[in-house]
Design a protein around this ligand. Structure first.
Ligand SMILES: *[C@@H]1O[C@H](CO)[C@@H](O)[C@H](O)[C@H]1NC(C)=O
Ligand SMILES: *[C@@H]1O[C@H](CO)[C@@H](O)[C@H](O)[C@H]1NC(C)=O
Ligand SMILES: *[C@@H]1O[C@H](CO)[C@@H](O)[C@H](O)[C@H]1NC(C)=O
Ligand SMILES: *[C@@H]1O[C@H](CO)[C@@H](O)[C@H](O)[C@H]1NC(C)=O
Ligand SMILES: *[C@@H]1O[C@H](CO)[C@@H](O)[C@H](O)[C@H]1NC(C)=O
Ligand SMILES: *[C@@H]1O[C@H](CO)[C@@H](O)[C@H](O)[C@H]1NC(C)=O
Ligand SMILES: *[C@@H]1O[C@H](CO)[C@@H](O)[C@H](O)[C@H]1NC(C)=O
Ligand SMILES: *[C@@H]1O[C@H](CO)[C@@H](O)[C@H](O)[C@H]1NC(C)=O
Length: 415
């Protein structure tokens, strides 16, 4: 997640969402669609149709105490999950499950790796639904907006100078690894820089999400009004919340302000060869996707069954005339509550859409029409970003059956 004030956010969420849960103890019996338990068990393993991936407590609680289904019918402890969130949660018929990764890239990578390695689950036909909050680019979307990504880009995987030591002709202190200046294509590849997911599936998810009524707040309305300017640069940021297709940046560093946001917007453009539209900023997605990529190579999961949805809780940059520090630390942006609520509002339509059309559409899968996977082409196909499969492997120093592919770039230790 990325939001303005975690402490405030948790307090707000705790007061509204937890009370909503305790206020509706009969939620599980109220209108829940009851399905056959056995349909979602394969060889004794739990075979959910949808696995919701939450990153921290408020994102998880958004799904609890709702009329559509009860995720707390089964709690299943999975070795390797976060000590804060040790259980997967599933509906009584196991058709929908949820986990909480814990925040940032390390937690996401280890939790999802543990899930896909668990003998308790059969995830071969499961749809993975990343559903979290995020910072948002006001050029593209606004507080409370619901974004669905094609690309997840690990923007901070770069060299970095402190601002006081940035060469005077550089626009940012971030330089792609193995490059000599900002915005050059990196020549040192780790393989997690960019992930691309199924756009045909994304279109269906967006269709479902657009049937939801999105929440807003009066504080968010007031704050986003500041983004309305003559020039209209932030027209999207000044509008009411909406559903949109645009891409997500992953960074452990919770960055903010015009310059870093622009720098990482540029990084997204460079790494996706101009096709990525930077709009959301979060701390986990690339890690989640790398874990799912590795299990998909082994056919334990299906990389074409991933949806990455982020709802916008805060702006990544100030409005014209506002300071970067005020926007990040002090402003009451009012986006946290609607963002959390819209995870449920939009997300439940996606889950129901998949369940309702399981037999006709989703059981067999939605065939991707775009390239899906990583920069190496690990899952087959030809990446539509990056320098090419062979070049990427060389630049990553991959070890093949014929030995080490030599890196053409300078190594850190030689610099
Ligand atoms: C599962 O855990 C949640 C909270 O973590 C709890 O509210 C719920 O009652 C538990 N469900 C069962 C079946 O024990
Ligand atoms: C995020 O994951 C995608 C998909 O694997 C990868 O292409 C991208 O490089 C990653 N981005 C970062 C910044 O790690
Ligand atoms: C910045 O200046 C240095 C020399 O001072 C030069 O080598 C380099 O090419 C310049 N870089 C850019 C991005 O203009
Ligand atoms: C959205 O709100 C309208 C007007 O209040 C209502 O008619 C409609 O049923 C709502 N849709 C959903 C999906 O809740
Ligand atoms: C982003 O790229 C544009 C166009 O190349 C450039 O003018 C701008 O300085 C870059 N911004 C940053 C912060 O690097
Ligand atoms: C995964 O499935 C594909 C397609 O059915 C098959 O070609 C491949 O050999 C399988 N990989 C493994 C590791 O089982
Ligand atoms: C979907 O298929 C299953 C298994 O064939 C069947 O039990 C179920 O009734 C079907 N559901 C719908 C909504 O048609
Ligand atoms: C992406 O851009 C890099 C750098 O300009 C280029 O070498 C590479 O061929 C491009 N890849 C694709 C798939 O267009």
């Amino acid at each position: 997640m990325q939001l303005k004030s975690i402490a405030t956010g948790l307090l707000l969420a705790g007061s509204s969402l937890l009370s909503a849960v305790s206020a509706s103890p009969a939620a599980s019996s109220r209108g829940e669609i009851v399905r056959n338990d056995h349909a979602n068990k394969q060889g004794g393993k739990i075979a959910p149709k949808v696995f919701i991936i939450s990153m921290f407590a408020p994102e998880a609680e958004a799904w609890w105490g709702i009329p559509e289904f009860n995720l707390l019918a089964h709690n299943i402890t999975v070795p390797g999950f976060s000590p804060l969130f040790p259980d997967a949660h599933c509906t009584s018929d196991y058709s929908v499950c949820q986990l909480v990764t814990g925040e940032s890239e390390i937690n996401a990578a280890v939790t999802i790796s543990s899930l896909v390695a668990s003998p308790l689950f059969d995830l071969t036909k499961t749809y993975f639904f990343v559903a979290g909050i995020a910072g948002v680019n006001p050029e593209v979307a606004t507080l409370g907006s619901v974004t669905f990504a094609r690309f997840a880009v690990q923007v901070a995987l770069q060299y970095e100078f402190d601002p006081r030591e940035i060469p005077s002709n550089y626009s940012t202190g971030y330089i792609p690894q193995g490059a000599y200046a900002p915005d050059e294509y990196p020549t040192s590849i780790y393989g997690t820089e960019v992930f691309e997911v199924n756009t045909a599936l994304r279109s269906l998810a967006v269709q479902f999400a657009k049937t939801a009524n999105l929440s807003d707040s009066s504080a968010a309305k007031a704050y986003r009004a500041h983004y309305a300017t003559e020039a209209g640069t932030y027209k999207a940021g000044a509008a009411d919340p909406f559903v949109i297709e645009c891409d997500v940046a992953t960074s452990d560093v919770y960055y903010s302000g015009n310059i870093l946001s622009n720098a990482f917007q540029n990084t997204t453009r460079v790494l996706t060869n101009g096709t990525g539209l930077y709009c959301a900023t979060a701390q986990e997605d690339n890690a989640t996707l790398e874990a799912l990529l590795r299990s998909s190579v082994r056919n334990l999961t299906d990389f074409s069954r991933i949806i990455v949805m982020r709802t916008a809780s805060d702006f990544d940059r100030p409005y014209p005339g506002e300071g970067a520090m005020y926007n990040l630390l002090y402003a009451d942006q009012g986006g946290f509550e609607p963002a959390i609520e819209n995870i449920y509002n939009a997300g439940v339509k996606v889950v129901e859409g998949i369940l309702n059309r399981w037999n006709t559409t989703f059981a067999k899968g939605v065939k991707p029409t775009n390239y899906i996977g990583d920069i190496f082409g690990t899952l087959g196909g030809t990446p539509d970003f990056g320098p090419g499969r062979k070049e990427s492997l060389v630049e990553a120093g991959a070890i093949t059956k014929r030995g080490l592919m030599m890196k053409g770039m300078r190594r850190r230790s030689f610099m």
